[in-house]
Ligand binder design. Structure first.
Ligand code: NAD
Length: 454
């Protein structure tokens, strides 16, 4: 590991990656190798957890392709020196900010969207002029392998290298001196990464998880609400970091909501053979999820099949904060429904949990919307929708508090892998004597006047 990092650092120090044309070439290479091997990517992920071509394209590859195109289109704008106003104290002069790449970066991916969560940060890092070591999650073994094979045969390891492995390999990587670590995964491992990064004062982006609530008020458009909610929850069998984790519905529409959501799940016909449903990633997660299905709370679904790692879309009703499903992030196809009398009470209850990665409010009222948006702290979210905010690259994506540090996508990703070097550039044709010895009352008066004018 040490060797790979050192080779990348030596290459970075040649300044080659500072050249924008060089970066564009790397992005083109990445685009081509993924495009030319799309089928291999679909086959690998299907073997891992039966994820279909449709879902893999729409929720993984399309986003990566878009990221590459977006970075290529905007690279000159994002990398440009930015002029800022110079204050009077520094007249005559000019001021500007140089975006410089950080250096050798480590990207650690999660398993649930193995391609997108590994490669979108890589796109941002390369566009910003860094070299990258990517460590995908080891759980989807075929997806990890296909990325390693394709990338390692296409890229010079001094620029981009995939290192496969689990805890021992990641631990060894974390002992190296990086200029940036970008981690996607659980809050628990996020802490381990943060601690390792602190030893070298390495900046981090931590993309973590949490329990993302969906609030539903009686004045919502119920038909659209359940349609969007069901799609967002059961996409990838609920194994989505920004999936609605639990629902808080206003008591006045609780029964209607329960009927509507059950009907919508029926309509969607989630099944492996319909290519719109996936397996639980492994036995450990399957068993963890099964324990959350308390039989007398099941309002819909609840059936499971261990050898197939299948869990039916499941709705739990009349759930309280003491239920197993409310003790941790669910990360599976189980949706607990809680009810409230006043929205304020629901917000206050949710606020007792750590700040989530997302929150959603389905409502027709501005007052309700603003109550949630202004009182609850969360990474990002949507009004009258769920999950889709991730698809707008103009919206920086990331958490707050326990759900993460920093953000990416589009320009936010480029900036996350860049240092803003601030420069004051003075002219030499004038030098005011104010700051120099000997000091005097009149000099101080002038300094105070100038400060007021700033
Ligand atoms: P995880 O934390 O178990 O694993 C993430 C990565 O860390 C993997 O590459 C793994 O190999 C590595 N890792 C695991 N244990 C480690 C250790 N002890 N030391 C060093 N490295 C270690 O997370 P996961 O199960 O892959 O993903 C699920 C979690 O990730 C959920 O909490 C989910 O919300 C979160 N998530 C967040 C986002 C986001 O964008 N914010 C996206 C997807 C998933």
């Amino acid at each position: 590991m040490h060797h790979i990092v050192e080779n990348q650092r030596n290459f970075f120090n040649t300044n080659t990656t500072k050249n924008l044309q060089f970066r564009l070439t790397q992005l083109d290479k990445l685009y081509s190798v993924l495009k030319n091997n799309e089928q291999a990517l679909y086959d690998a992920i299907y073997k891992d957890f039966k994820k279909s071509e449709f879902d893999t394209y729409t929720s993984e590859l399309a986003l990566i392709f878009h990221d590459i195109k977006d970075a290529k289109r905007n690279i000159y704008k994002w990398a440009r020196r930015k002029k800022v106003r110079t204050n009077l104290m520094n007249f005559p002069g000019k001021s500007y900010i140089i975006k410089e790449p950080l250096g050798v970066c480590l990207v650690i991916g999660a398993w649930n969207y193995p391609y997108q969560l590994s490669l979108s940060p890589v796109v941002a890092a390369l566009a910003a002029g860094n070299t990258v070591i990517l460590k995908p999650s080891e759980l989807p073994a075929h997806s990890s392998k296909v990325m390693a094979t394709l990338i390692n045969k296409t890229f010079d390891p001094k620029i981009l290298k995939v290192v496969e492995g689990g805890v021992p390999e990641t631990t060894e990587l974390l002992e190296q001196d990086f200029d940036k670590i970008f981690f996607t995964g659980s809050t628990r491992v996020g802490r381990i990464v943060y601690e390792a990064a602190a030893k070298n004062l390495t900046p981090v982006t931590l993309e973590l998880g949490g329990k993302s609530p969906a609030f539903i008020t009686k004045d919502c458009n119920l038909k659209i609400t359940v349609k969007r909610l069901v799609w967002a929850k059961f996409l990838n069998a609920g194994q989505t970091c920004i999936a609605p984790d639990y629902v808080f519905v206003e008591k006045a529409i609780e029964q209607n909501f329960m009927e509507a959501i059950k009907a919508e799940i029926e309509k969607e016909q989630f099944a492996f053979e319909n290519n719109n449903y996936v397996q639980i990633i492994n036995d450990k997660n399957f068993e963890r999820l099964e324990k959350m299905i308390v039989p007398d709370k099941v309002a819909y679904g609840g059936s499971t099949n261990a050898p197939e790692r299948y869990i039916q879309p499941t709705i739990l009703h009349k759930v309280t904060f003491n239920d197993p499903s409310m003790q941790e992030e669910i990360f599976g196809p189980i949706l607990p429904v809680l009810s409230y009398t006043t929205l304020q009470e629901a917000i206050e209850r949710s606020r007792q949990l750590p700040k989530p990665l997302s929150a959603y409010i389905f409502t027709g009222s501005k007052k309700n919307r603003e109550e949630v948006l202004q009182q609850l702290s969360f990474g990002g979210g949507a009004v009258n929708d769920a999950v889709m905010h991730i698809s707008n690259p103009k919206l920086p994506f990331g958490g707050v508090g326990h759900s993460g540090i920093g953000s990416y996508h589009g320009k936010a990703g480029f900036d996350g892998f860049s240092h803003k070097k601030s420069i004051l550039h003075r002219a030499t044709w004038l030098e005011l004597p104010l700051k120099y010895f000997p000091h005097s009352a009149s000099k101080l008066k002038w300094i105070k006047r100038l400060m007021k004018l700033q």
